[in-house]
Design a protein around this ligand. Sequence first.
Ligand code: ZN
Length: 449
Amino acid sequence: MNDWTIIPKEIITADKNRPVIKRGTVIVKNGKIEKIYSKEEWDESKAEGKVLNVPNLTLIPGFVHTHIHLCQTLFRGTADDMELLDWLQKRIFPLENAHTKESLRISAQLGLYELITSGATTIMDMGTIRHQEVIFEELINSGIRAFAGKCMADLNDLMPEFKESTKDALSSSYEFAKEFHNKGNGRIKYAFAPRFVLSCSEELLIETMNLTEEFQGSLFHTHSSENKNEIAAVKKLTGKENIEYFNSIGVLNEKTVLAHGIHVNDAEVQMLKEADTRIVHCPSSNLKLGSGIANVPKYLGNGINVSLGADGAPCNNNLNMFTEMRLASLIQKPLHSPTAMTAEEIFHLATIEGAKALHIDDVTGSIVENKSADLVLLNLENPTMNYFDGLNSTYSNIVYSANRDNVEYVFVEGKMLVNKGVYALHNAFELYSKAKEQLNILLKETDLK
Ligand SMILES: [Zn+2]
């Protein structure tokens, strides 16, 4: 059922050994990329499964968003034009705290709809404190590849009722990891998710890192150094800079994936490098919350892994890799040079570098034989795209000109999740009306309306 012969206009592989294959053919068998033929090697007798002959479409690896909050999708537009700590205290924590199973389910469905139809095939989600099983159920049901974990918080001066005891945070996370790590044919992995220093005790952070040892392939996913007021509060609490603090308590290593990393000093960059810790750059969120601009060229120059994420809908307000790619390139140019962050480099951050951040680059992130068939077909042949086929013109199209409307097909493990732009799992109009209904309930509950 999931076997395909895909014959596109071109294949942009995100593999440095063979970056662009013009008029090649990809054979997908049992969910994997079984064979890639060049135009010269191909003949029709080699076809397997259904044939998708699409000479106007470009095949790319699916996008990897390494920092997402599915639980917040429902809150889009409820928290615009605010500063991070206010944004958390006045809107996001009260709304997350009010989630019912039903509202959380709709929020996750909305997020997955938006991510998958804009070409995401892998995400890492931060989760929420209550009803986390709902997020796992929706992730499994959607067919996407995902890392996720229950959000952990045992301190919370911003909203004291939105937290739990250290023991409960650890034991419930452990139970979820036991239940969901490697579920969904191995597509689902557990990412322990202590929220950020201001909502986590030292004991919680250290014990959480210890838990990752028990689940091979699991990760430690948190926020760090996002906002100047936040790092001032971290310094008051711990006497240290954010990453310096993580390093001092032993939670900085190759399994640590840090969202943001904006306000980071030189010594901390060296700590990240030595620890092989990964940074997730979320440019829309960083600009909208006025947090600042992460020094991505400096990270890359130091060999530190950087990938991209849309963060949550209320601080973006899109969940769309095209937006993040374009911004990730443009915002560095006035600071560094117009030659910084080329379209090709950015495309790699959105694909193979995301897979490396999650330690699954042997499985996904590029179009290479034996990897999973996590694939996207884009239609870049229309009047809003480049009109020439010169060197790098496809990277330019994808990063600078394209958007979600260019996505025609999305596959995860060979399963078609988007067919000619239409999402297979949910009807968009039904989702929208359920979202309005559920958000109104939460707004009344939280007195925000
Ligand atoms: Zn976040």
